[in-house]
Ligand binder design. Structure first.
Ligand SMILES: CC(C)(COP(=O)(O)OP(=O)(O)OC[C@H]1O[C@@H](n2cnc3c(N)ncnc32)[C@H](O)[C@@H]1OP(=O)(O)O)[C@@H](O)C(=O)NCCC(=O)NCCS
Length: 173
C-alpha cells in the first residue's frame, strides 16, 4: 500500500471486502454497473490487477483489471472510477501506476477500451503513458455499436500503451 501524502490517499490492491463498495462506486460514476458478484470476483481472484484508493478510510476510487492468459505481459484495465469529490487529484493515474509498478508486477504493456466520446478516459490513459515514458496508440474500434445490440452502446476503441521504458522503474516502490 502507498500513501499519497498530499491528499492522504492510500492506494492498495483490491480485496473481496472491497467488492460492495466498488459495485456502489461503479454505479455512482456512471460506469456500466456489473453485478456485485463481478466486483467480489475481482477483489478475490484478480487482486493483483485491481486497486482501490481510500481517503480517511472511505473508498475514493477503484480499478478493475486482468491479464489475459494469452497476453500475460499486458495489464488490461476494465473499469476505472473515482468518486466525484476526489477527482482531479491524480488518483486514477496513481492507481494504474501502482498496479504496473508494484514489486510483483512485470507488465510491459497496458490496454484498455475507451469510448471515443470519453475525453477524461483518453486524457487519463495519455497521462499514464506520459508518466511511464511510453508510446501509445489509440487504435481502431475493437467493438462496434452493432456488437452491443440490442443494447445501445457507443463503439469502443483500443488504447494500447507500451512497451514501458526505464522511466517506469522510477515509479517502483
Ligand atoms: C475518468 C476518471 C476515472 C478520472 O479520475 P481522476 O482521478 O480525476 O483522474 P486523474 O486526476 O488521475 O487525472 C489523470 C489525467 O487525466 C486528466 N483528466 C482527468 N479527468 C479529466 C477530464 N474530465 N477532462 C480532461 N482531462 C481529464 C487529468 O488532467 C490528468 O492529466 P494530466 O496528468 O496531464 O494532468 C474519473 O473522472 C471518473 O471516474 N469518471 C467517470 C467514470 C469513467 O469515465 N471512467 C473511465 C472509463 S473506464
Amino acid at each position: 500500500m502507498r500513501q499519497n501524502e498530499k491528499k492522504e490517499a492510500f492506494i492498495g490492491h483490491a480485496t473481496a471486502q472491497d467488492g460492495a463498495a466498488m459495485h456502489q462506486m461503479a454505479g455512482l460514476c456512471g460506469l456500466d454497473q456489473n453485478s456485485l458478484y463481478y466486483y467480489l470476483l475481482f477483489g478475490k481472484y484478480f487482486a493483483k490487477t485491481s486497486a482501490v484508493a481510500r481517503i480517511n478510510g472511505q473508498m475514493a476510487g477503484f480499478v478493475t483489471g486482468f491479464a489475459a492468459p494469452e497476453k500475460p505481459d499486458t495489464l488490461f484495465i476494465w473499469q476505472v472510477g473515482v468518486g466525484s469529490d476526489f477527482r482531479g487529484q491524480g488518483l486514477a493515474r496513481q492507481m494504474i501506476l501502482y498496479l504496473i509498478t508494484s514489486p510483483t508486477a512485470s507488465f510491459k504493456y497496458l490496454e484498455a477500451t475507451v469510448n471515443p466520446s470519453n475525453k477524461a478516459s483518453q486524457a487519463l490513459f495519455g497521462s499514464v503513458a506520459e508518466h511511464l515514458g511510453a508510446g501509445f496508440k489509440f487504435e481502431e474500434q475493437i467493438f462496434s455499436e452493432n456488437d452491443f445490440l440490442p443494447a445501445v452502446h457507443e463503439a469502443e476503441r483500443l488504447f494500447h500503451i507500451g512497451p514501458f521504458g526505464s522511466k517506469a522503474q522510477e515509479h517502483k516502490a
